[in-house]
Design a protein. Sequence first.
Length: 558
Amino acid sequence: MKTRNALLGLGLLLALPLAAQEKNYVSEVWVADQGNGKYKNPILYADYSDPDACRVGDDFYMTSSSFNCLPGLQILHSKDLVNWSIIGAAVPYSLSPVETPERPEHGNRVWAPAIRHHNGEFYIFWGDPDQGAFMVKAKAPKGPWTEPVLVKPGKGIIDTCPFWDEDGKVYMVHAYAGSRAGLKSIISICELNADATKAITQSRVIFDGHEAHQTCEGPKLYKRGEYYYIFHPAGGVPTGWQVVLRSKNIYGPYEWKKVLAQGDSPVNGPHQGAWVDTPTGEDWFLHFQDVGAYGRLVHLQPMKWVNDWPVIGIDKDGDGCGDPVLVYKKPDVGKTYPICTPQESDEFDGYTLSPQWQWHANINEKWAYYAGDQSIIRLYSYPVVKEYKNLWDVANLLLQKTPADKFTATMKLTFKPTEKYKGERTGLVVMGTNYAGLILENTDKGLVLSQVSCLRAEKGTPETVNGTVDLKDNTIYLRAKFTSDGKKISKSEGGHDLLVLCNFSYSLDGKKYRPLGKPFQVKEGKWIGAKVGMFCTRPSIVTNDGGWTDVDWFRITK
């Protein structure tokens, strides 16, 4: 907790204009802007899966898949396509249905959104694989956003993107998830009403990728000159490529061309993303690369037009299909802007949740107290579900994306469990389909700190305790150190994935850290990268009230 002079702070707050109070966050562990007119990929070493972006004037806005995590559809802003910050979320609290708000819907809910600006309003479309195509809109990217509207019901409708044509008609392009629809590898288009709130035609298949582009998905629809263009990935996430379709009729027939592939680069996949242009007329392409435990990282590629076809990356062979770049000159946007990165560390000085954090399910307003005047976040010990097996079943995990290949996450907390009940737990957790953490528990023998791990958590397996320490003081510092040397895990586990290890330690004074337990091989979650953060729970039988944990700060460092 920071020591502060309240009167001085109030005086400064009144004296400074709002713009002066806002300071760009700059990460200690990953900065894409090289400070010399160049950038390195990935521009975001974090799991902004299935990114899509649009430009409005001099500003770029990006969103990405958020699946079961809330606030959902985090929105990032940039002035130059390299430096980004999180400015809000389009779905702040919950997604329907809400019949099971206390249990995470792992891998479900928000898939592959598209963000667009039309007639003074921002729109975000996405596919819920179990319900259909949804839409929200807002006058400003920071919101407020409307409640989600189900535009087209249908099991398996995913990867939706709207398009407003010059004649006033509105369309939506989308793909299908084979796991729900029983069919994949096709791209379809339907027409929407003028408000873009309802499909008014059935979807019509306009491209079949089964023969040449198996697992075609993630379509984005644009128009340039006489041609309609559909950008989409194919070939699967680990080993795929980018395809562009074009036609002078929105319903086709479409001809196709492969425009970006891994080539000689280490960028496997190069998967779905977004075409954007700059105010100076340059063209660029954002896409993701799946690296496993760290999730799907965002890359930025140069793009140019040759004979009315886009070429993405560097075309070394002259065949119109580019290779991804690793280091390249920054986009020309007409100006130079300061370095900034998405927010990571948090001193909990505010009265709302900082935008890097997400809960693991629809948000319950009784989970936390944002006590900015005390510079803490208070997490109340919330009852686990009656069918609780491990933390995979816990909704009130407060987590953020991993931000780099090597970094350290440290938090300071004070645990205040109730005296009469036992089994309340809090701590630092690294969460995926496997998870591990440092967990402080109120037991019959007092406070006990344990380093635990849980393999195949989604299968309901119990935790393994790898080391314990009895504690007398309820204030403690917990640390997780992530390392990766660039090696890949075995092919049987998905050979393109990075091998990521995490070591845990704790401190009683914030200076000397002692290792506890054993190294943990980090594993991604269901369609998302591993996340790191905190929680506070109690047994389901404790129904009246419980204790809490006060978190003073959470810091990402080297």
